[in-house]
Design a protein around this ligand. Structure first.
Ligand code: PBG
Length: 330
């Protein structure tokens, strides 16, 4: 090409200066998009989680400190996961709807102190079930769909009475969104939202989370209820069912390896789309950063921006407090 040729198309002009780049930037991630998942337990000390540096099973006091620190940098939404004592785990997971259980007690304490925070409650039986499955397990090993839904409805009502804002069924039973909506409405909890784990895949990336809660399935795997990683049309089917059953928001999980699914749901639905950057995605970023192989701040923020660009409105991420701190200039 002759050097004196006029080049009409020079996309680099829009990148020539930080202010111009900021002016034409299409997507951004801010603290308001982040939901902070936290692990809690009934013990007095915070217990670090091996494969999730920076995360612990928090004591009640540790939880208060962490929530306060997150609020200070603009994170106001929290999803809590309980590590339940082995002695409280039963085949029917009844601790899931104990009104004096760790989760309802904690929700009340948080709402008493900060009425304006958004509390997201996980609806599934795996932390409470002696089998480590999200549903009730039959003697022959099958996960019983409709029997599980009855328990999930009680769990949702228990959390609603404790002040939860959003219940998030992560169990992948068929029909649970509609059943939970009906149970909540019949009890007068019209204002409690449902964030459906719509496309939750049977993923290897949940490993560190199961260590954190000591909730790995004792036998078998979760492939008869969580989705096959090879499928994307099936995610659209789940999305239309969850929307028809009354979900307020739809979730894709994990996030990074499933950006195409986030985009597909974004285009197919008018509902807000959430994505869960799961424990394994966090662990990968942490491990590489600790070795000096990645610049943690840049890589973590880029991973979150990528999830937003794919079409997620909100992101559940263990980086929430740290990312918000970076974003507000800390
Ligand atoms: C189970 C549940 C899991 C996660 C959230 N809720 C694990 C599983 O399905 O086995 C995983 C989250 C993460 O890995 O960060 N109801």
């Amino acid at each position: 090409m002759p050097t004196n040729m006029i080049l009409p198309h020079r996309p680099r002009r829009n990148r020539k200066h930080p202010a111009i780049r900021a002016m034409v930037r299409e997507h951004h991630v801010g603290p308001e998009h982040l939901v902070y998942p936290l692990f809690i337990h009934a013990g007095d000390v915070d217990v670090p989680i091996g494969a999730m540096p920076g995360c612990s099973r928090l004591s009640p006091a540790g939880l208060m400190r962490e929530v306060e620190a997150a609020r200070a940098v603009g994170v106001h939404s929290f999803a809590l996961f309980p590590a339940v004592a082995e002695a409280l785990k039963t085949p029917d997971g009844r601790e899931a709807h104990n009104p004096d259980g760790l989760i309802p007690r904690t929700f009340k304490a948080l709402k008493d102190r900060w009425p304006d925070i958004v509390l997201v409650g996980d609806i599934a039986l795996d932390p409470y079930n002696s089998d480590g499955h999200d549903g009730v397990v039959a003697p022959d090993g099958r996960i019983l769909n409709d029997e599980t839904i009855a328990v999930l409805c009680r769990q949702a009502l228990c959390q609603a009475r404790a002040g939860v804002d959003v219940v998030a069924p992560s169990d992948m039973m068929d029909g649970r969104v509609g059943a939970i909506r009906l149970a909540l409405d019949q009890a007068g909890f019209h204002e409690v939202s449902i964030l459906a784990y719509t496309a939750k895949y049977a993923s290897a990336f949940y490993g560190p989370f199961r260590e954190a809660l000591d909730s790995a399935p004792k036998s078998g795997d979760k492939k008869t209820y969580q989705m096959d990683p090879g499928n994307s049309r099936e995610a659209l089917r789940e999305a239309s069912l969850d929307a028809a059953e009354g979900a307020d928001m739809l979730m894709v999980k994990p996030a990074g390896p499933y950006l195409d699914v986030i985009r597909a749901l974004r285009e197919a639905s008018h509902l807000p789309i959430a994505a869960y950057q799961v424990s394994g995605e966090y662990a990968m970023l942490k491990a590489a950063s600790e070795r000096g192989w990645l610049d943690e701040k840049r890589a973590a923020l880029e991973s979150l921006l990528g999830i937003r660009r794919a079409g997620a409105d909100l992101i559940l991420t263990y980086y929430a407090r740290q990312a918000a701190q970076w974003l507000v200039g800390g």
